[in-house]
Design a protein around this ligand. Structure first.
Ligand code: NAP
Length: 215
């Protein structure tokens, strides 16, 4: 089992992943803006680090003096209710800096939560295009970094109960191109513990297969 730095650990997916890894007794460094958001997760395997993604957050990468950080998971996001300025600062620029910090700290595997549509931003709706461009460029920065990477591009996120069933085939019906946040967290856990031998970019939806068949 691997250890991980989770960037965006107080978010809806990030918190689920943090909880599962701590329950599994895997070492987690959780980067958050506000420690109190993780006050309900306890365990000797959890190190909470405060940091703002709009400032220098390199300190989060060297928390474990005797334990090399195997994996970085970038699951932060500016959120749908903010404007393009925050999208630029968090989804693009902070993600790129996380890649640079990971490289400087010899991280072995970088897992990026991207988005469906990030491969072809111009095909997205006018409203979504700035977000998709940000995700696209952050993915490109990771692809060109030389790090081993897994880029996960989930469909629209939902809060239904997780099914533990997945597909990487984009459903024909747009309203079925969804995945629960709980299942994204499970997929990320699999990804952390089973780093790919080759760099991977995959769209992810709820489907019919177990995660090991899809990733
Ligand atoms: N919504 C969708 O349908 C969809 C589809 C595909 C992909 N995605 C991607 O999925 C990812 C996570 O989704 P989610 O629902 O878990 O998001 P979320 O609940 O909004 O979590 C976002 C996280 O980013 C953190 N963050 C934002 N600005 C920060 C800053 N300046 N400094 C430090 N942390 C900051 C938030 O911290 P706070 O807790 O302090 O706010 C939170 O931990 C995002 O990358 C999103 O783009 C979403």
């Amino acid at each position: 089992m691997k250890n991980a730095l989770i960037i965006g650990a107080s978010g809806q997916i990030g918190k689920k992943l943090t909880q599962i890894m701590v329950n599994n007794q895997q070492n987690v460094v959780a980067l958050v803006r506000d420690k109190s958001k993780l006050s309900d997760i306890k365990g000797e395997h959890l190190t909470i680090v405060e940091g703002d993604l709009k400032k220098d957050f390199s300190h989060a990468f060297n928390q474990s003096e005797n334990k090399q950080c195997d994996t970085v998971v970038f699951v932060a996001g500016s959120g749908g209710s903010t404007g393009a300025d925050q999208t630029l600062l968090i989804d693009l620029w902070a993600a790129c800096r996380a890649v640079d910090y990971a490289k400087a700290n010899n991280v072995k595997h970088f897992v990026m939560i991207s988005s469906i549509g990030a491969d072809k931003p111009e095909k997205g709706s006018e409203q979504m295009q700035p977000y998709l461009v940000a995700k696209h460029m952050a993915d490109e920065h990771l692809i060109n970094s030389g790090l081993l990477y897994s880029i996960i591009r989930p469909g629209s996120l939902t809060d239904f109960d997780p099914s533990s069933k997945f597909t990487s085939e984009r459903p024909a019906q747009k309203d079925q191109a969804t995945i629960t946040r709980g299942d994204v967290a499970k997929a990320l856990l699999f990804c952390v513990n089973n780093p790919p031998t080759d760099n991977t970019i995959v769209e992810l939806f709820n489907g019919e297969e177990p995660i090991e068949e899809v990733l």
